[in-house]
Design a protein. Structure first.
Length: 195
């Protein structure tokens, strides 16, 4: 797919998204030269409208954006770049130009709900009741769900398999909380292994 640089004075909008968390980090613009440089070097370079020149994100701060993936929209006039930021992205010092809150998806929201129910001792919550039964019961429940997932993996009922996978993840999140860890801790280990 080729980008149409003829539409807006040779510039196209570029959305930068964190390649790990999918959080939108910033918006910039590229001309054809900036795009080619970005593709060649693997570091995001924009065309600065205020400086009227190519500008590599991080050229002064050192907070470069390393390209993981480049996509072009269906109209061929907008670019989506998934990148790994070296540090904060926004000139204000925020992680994202769209605010500090890091968007990480539903599993992180679920983890926060589980943590909230445990922290506020929600007596009407299955999560808190299981937590109250202690680490052995929580670990046992994770084991049971893992065995049920294995059994369903050997059968042909995709719905049952997906539901057992969901049960395993849910109970795993409760166990993580009980052990004083978070998904972010596990994610960091996986990211280090990916290197």
């Amino acid at each position: 797919m080729k980008i149409d640089f003829n539409k807006d004075n040779g510039l196209v909008p570029v959305i930068i998204q964190d390649g790990r968390t999918q959080q939108v980090l910033m918006l910039g613009y590229m001309n054809e030269e900036a795009f080619e440089k970005t593709e060649k070097e693997g570091i995001v370079t924009f065309f600065s409208r205020s400086k009227n020149r190519l500008w590599t994100k991080g050229e002064e701060s050192g907070n470069f954006l390393t390209v993981k993936n480049i996509s072009i929209d269906c109209d061929q006039d907008t670019i989506l770049i998934q990148a790994v930021p070296k540090n904060t992205v926004c000139h204000t010092g925020s992680f994202s130009c769209f605010g500090e809150k890091e968007s990480r998806g539903f599993l992180y929201e679920l983890e926060a709900k589980i943590s909230d129910r445990i922290d506020r001792k929600a007596e009407d919550s299955y999560t808190y009741l299981l937590y109250q039964r202690g680490i052995n019961k929580m670990a046992q429940k994770v084991g049971e769900e893992a065995v049920e997932l294995v059994i369903e993996a050997k059968d042909n009922n995709d719905d049952l398999f997906k539901n057992e996978a969901a049960d395993l993840l849910y109970h795993f999140l409760i166990l993580l909380k009980a052990k004083g860890f978070s998904m972010e801790d596990i994610e960091k280990i996986l990211q280090n292994r990916d290197k």
